[in-house]
Design a protein around this ligand. Structure first.
Ligand code: ZN
Length: 263
């Protein structure tokens, strides 16, 4: 079964969403307008980290997006034995002495996030001394940033177990900083407009922002499809959810592949 989580990502400060090695905001043409957009991979990385942080707190496992000095995570840093690794997928390739390699495909697909209107890009001058760059003195730099606005983004999850959607919903709702220079930019409030359950993909973020003028209209459209499901999770409930998912057949079969000798 496929689930589609439709998220209104409300950028509440300036946001710096650039491609590595470029200082310009990514834009694309929608309805004849040049509009800034956010790569799905940027959203995904933040929400994966949010979920991984909580999983580590609950399970005390050694699982990081980069290699962690202590512990037994493989060269990717991922443990490939926890709910976050099952949901987002990845590769475990141990260092010397062990030969087991495990690949897990991702169950989650993030689309790009698009805003309802074009424009809203400006250059902000900053004092380079405050930046983490090798510029000294009173040099001034320029950041290209997006002004506060709403973005629509669709996250697809492929699973027959609704608990996975629940975990992702928690991750989306508890993430709030995106893009570059998150000390000063990229504060975002995520509002889930609806969750669709279907055997096929029903909406895309691009079609939603091409057709509708604001998040209220998007929400009405989603409700009109009559394929909505109510999935929510409190912050208190997520620790139990993580433990339940760790004990699930999905994660236990991953654990077995990752560590066949001990299971
Ligand atoms: Zn893991």
């Amino acid at each position: 079964m496929k689930y589609q989580i439709i998220v209104n990502r409300k950028l509440e400060s300036f946001g710096q969403f650039v491609t590595e090695g470029r200082d310009e905001i990514n834009t694309t043409i929608v309805n004849g307008q040049d509009r800034p957009f956010i790569f799905g991979s940027k959203l995904r990385a933040v929400e994966r980290r949010t979920i991984m942080n909580r999983v580590r707190k609950v399970l005390h496992n050694d699982c990081y997006l980069q290699v962690h000095e202590k512990g037994d995570s493989g060269i990717s840093g991922l443990c490939l034995s926890c709910p976050a690794c099952y949901l987002f997928g990845g590769t475990y390739a141990p260092g010397t002495g062990k030969k087991i390699q495990v690949n897990e495909r991702s169950k989650v697909n993030y689309s790009e996030a698009y805003p309802f209107v074009g424009g809203g890009i400006r250059d902000v001058t900053f004092n380079a001394v405050d930046e983490q760059k090798n510029i000294t003195g009173q040099a001034l730099g320029v950041n290209q940033v997006i002004e506060p606005r709403d973005f629509i983004n669709v996250v697809d999850v492929e699973t027959d177990n609704e608990d996975w959607v629940k975990l992702l919903v928690w991750g989306i709702e508890h993430s709030s900083r995106y893009g570059a220079n998150v000390r000063i930019y990229g504060q975002m409030k995520n509002e889930i407009l609806g969750i669709i359950k279907s055997d096929k993909l029903e909406v895309t973020s691009y079609s939603l922002i091409s057709k509708f003028v604001d998040s209220v209209k998007v929400k009405e459209h989603i409700e009109g499809l009559k394929k909505g499901v109510n999935i929510s999770i409190s912050d208190d409930g997520v620790d139990t959810l993580i433990k339940t998912l760790q004990a699930s057949a999905e994660v236990q079969s991953l654990v077995k592949r990752r560590n066949p000798a001990t299971s």
